[in-house]
Write a protein that binds this ligand. Structure first.
Ligand code: GAL
Length: 687
């Protein structure tokens, strides 16, 4: 797909080289080590560090009394060494004096448990004292460093997401609800409060969704999620105002994160950031970690509306998985992962953190300089990565405003879809938004397709194929955009449990998926969730599990049917011709091979190909990043076989031609190829 750059939203980050480095916490180390740090940074090619993320307690030792001398010294040293600083505001971790002076600014859990300082993120985002103190320290930092030559951008806070259920939050939540609904009767209707005697007669009867005796009201819970995202955004805006009012003009961002939870509605956030940045930690040691990195990269670029963004954190090695399991990163993976983000539009590869700490809660978290020091496998790879990023610097061309990747396939993505399925009284315990979206993205990744994510309600007509896994609720704008995409000749695929409800999570009556029955040409009168031990075979050999439905055809035709059980002979996947396009409905969860086979057929019918025309060899990732004069092919061989890439271009890493005999890329190896102008003929095969 080729589209005109969108001029709304984040402007994207522009740098004339890739940023390389990460969080640097000099305050944790004796000053005698700082010069050595800087020398090692130069050895490694580090050109950007994020300073001050958790420094509040050492910057403001008493209310309003700032100690900037150490920060002055380190910023001066970094600047002298040509290393740029992404200066953080430290508001993710207020100091102990603050919480003791303002105990009402400590967070309270849904069950009423008071949380205390002694870890991090001990703040209530709605507490007036916390908001004032955050603005004050942001102002003080911006007044002092707003024109410091080392400071290239601002990193406000760290990973917004601390939830609180206290009275301050309750008040702010009610203000948000009054703005949204205006009339209490409308809130009662939206929240369906006639059920279980929840009707509100005064606004101040409404609470955050604190611990309850039994199930929460799902619309109340989702509205609270939406409110919290807006509340965090308001915190961010106040710091932006403080920084700008103090005269600092550098771009301002905050770092997103997407672990198994999701606290922000990234589309509305991204419209306000100067550029999108993301922290990403692999969720698996195995090969699926690569698909996770790609997922994070594609999401970040999409939230940036196709423009360059920044990978603010990743791990150089050992990282904690799920609280208590540690995973390491094998040789070569740091480079391959970093290039995967960069291929997808990241303007750099930053890490948490420069030096592995000597002690503290994250003592076993990897650093670019591990406990072993510079004489280590990790630091050698860090240095090699720095050199590789310098070799491919031309790809970072600041003239490229986007889209940095062209994709014909898009997946609908919205935090509402995630939050709606947090309701634990669903018809199957397996309904899970992020797994459904990940599975769809993974199937496309394994076949080498470029993929965007898109916002419900956005204009989708430029995409040939739009995929809608698990989007339970759709508002009118989202429905209209899907109709327009199909009507103008696109292909749409909708999976079960999508389009069932409106934005208030009210199920549309008359058969599922009520919001888009006519678009899909089906009517489902019953969900039939499957026992986890059972699979269902479909008439074309595909396999489903977890979910099935009794699908009636209205205008659609059956593509494939259930073979066994009470649904034997009934449609499982359908296709409806609508306007100039086609809309598919998938009424079961396809296993990975089936999903790949199905998407391969659908994309082929829509005339959409993988990046190099056909699926790459197993485990090999190919992404094309756009430049102004050239395009660049990133080939990342995560597989176990050497592959050969042939076509008219030059590998920037080895400065070798890919024409003639082609370029051998060993297992674990990479290539970043500048394509000759007009190059179209590429082949990639196991050697
Ligand atoms: C990030 C966080 C860092 C560090 C890291 C550990 O989410 O921003 O401060 O805790 O996780 O993986």
């Amino acid at each position: 797909m080729s589209q005109e750059p969108d001029t709304s939203g984040p402007s994207g980050i522009t740098t004339d080289r890739f940023l390389f480095g990460g969080d640097y916490n000099p305050e944790q180390w004796p000053e005698t080590l700082w010069q050595q740090d800087i020398e090692l940074m130069r050895v490694a090619g580090v050109n950007a560090v994020t300073v001050g993320v958790f420094s509040w307690a050492l910057l403001e030792r008493e209310e309003g009394i700032y100690t900037f001398d150490w920060l002055d010294r380190i910023l001066g040293m970094l600047h002298a060494a040509g290393i740029g600083v992404i200066l953080a505001t430290p508001t993710a971790s207020p100091p102990p004096w603050f919480t003791l002076t303002h105990p009402d600014a400590l967070p309270i859990r849904a069950d009423g448990t008071q949380l205390w300082h002694g870890s991090r993120d001990a703040y209530c985002p709605s507490a007036p004292a916390y908001r004032a103190a955050s603005s004050a320290i942001a102002t003080a930092l911006a007044e002092r460093y707003g024109s410091h030559p080392a400071v290239t951008s601002w990193h406000v806070h760290n990973e917004y997401g601390t939830f609180c259920f206290c009275d301050h939050v309750a008040e702010s939540f009610r203000r948000w609800l009054r703005r949204k609904y205006e009339d209490l009767a409308d809130l009662n209707r939206a929240w369906y409060t006639a059920f279980w005697s929840q009707n509100y007669t005064q606004w101040d009867q409404i609470l955050p969704p604190r611990a309850t005796q039994y199930l929460h009201n799902p619309t109340h819970a989702v509205d609270f999620r939406r409110f919290m995202s807006d509340e965090f955004l308001q915190c961010w805006r106040e710091q932006r105002t403080a920084i700008r009012s103090a005269g600092a003009n550098q771009p301002i961002t905050t770092n997103y994160m997407l672990p198994p939870w999701n606290h922000l509605e990234q589309w509305s956030w991204s419209a306000e950031l100067d550029f999108v940045s993301m922290d990403h930690y692999l969720d698996s040691e195995g090969p699926d970690g690569e698909t996770h990195a790609a997922y994070a990269g594609d999401l970040s670029r999409s939230w940036a509306l196709g423009r360059p963004w920044l990978l603010m954190e990743q791990a150089a090695g050992v990282v904690t998985l799920h609280g208590n399991r540690y995973a390491s990163k094998g040789p070569g993976r740091m480079l391959r992962n970093s290039l995967s983000y960069i291929a997808r539009g990241s303007q750099g590869a930053l890490f948490f953190q420069w030096r592995a700490p000597a002690a503290g809660a994250e003592v076993w978290h990897a650093g670019l300089v591990p406990h072993a020091g510079a004489d280590s496998r990790v630091f050698k790879e860090v240095t090699a990565l720095g050199a590789a990023l310098a070799q491919i610097a031309e790809v970072a061309d600041p003239a490229v405003q986007g889209p940095v990747v062209d994709a014909d396939v898009a997946i609908l993505w919205h935090a509402d879809g995630w939050w709606a399925l947090e309701n634990r009284s669903l018809p199957s315990e397996h309904l899970d938004y992020s797994s459904a979206v990940r599975a769809t993205h993974r199937a496309l990744w394994q076949q080498g397709f470029a993929v965007d994510f898109v916002r419900p309600g956005a204009d989708l007509t430029a995409y040939r194929v739009v995929l809608v896994p698990s989007m339970f609720s759709l508002d009118d704008a989202a429905v209209a955009a899907l109709r327009a995409q199909v009507g103008t000749g696109g292909t749409l695929v909708v999976w079960y449990f999508s389009g069932v409800a409106d934005q208030d999570l009210h199920v549309t009556p008359g058969g599922y998926p009520g919001r888009i029955r006519d678009l899909l040409g089906v009517r489902v009168d019953e969900f039939l969730p499957l026992d986890p031990a059972h699979t269902v075979e479909l008439s074309d050999g595909l396999i489903g599990d977890q979910w099935s439905e009794n699908v009636q055809l209205t205008t659609a035709t059956a593509v494939t049917s259930y073979l066994q059980g009470e649904l034997a002979g009934r449609p499982a996947i359908t296709r409806n011709d609508y306007g100039n396009g086609a809309a598919y409905y998938v009424s079961t969860r396809l296993d990975l091979p089936s999903l790949k086979a199905f998407l391969s057929t659908v994309t082929a019918q829509a005339g959409v190909c993988p990046v190099l025309g056909s699926a790459p060899p197993a485990g090999v990732e190919v992404i094309r990043r756009n430049g102004v004069d050239h395009h660049y092919l990133f080939v990342l061989n995560h597989g176990s076989e050497p592959v050969r890439l042939s076509g008219p271009g030059t590998d920037l890493l080895t400065e070798t031609s890919t024409a003639a005999g082609g370029l051998l890329i060993n297992a674990g190896g990479v290539a970043v190829v500048r394509e000759d102008v007009g190059a179209t003929e590429w082949s990639l095969a196991v050697d």
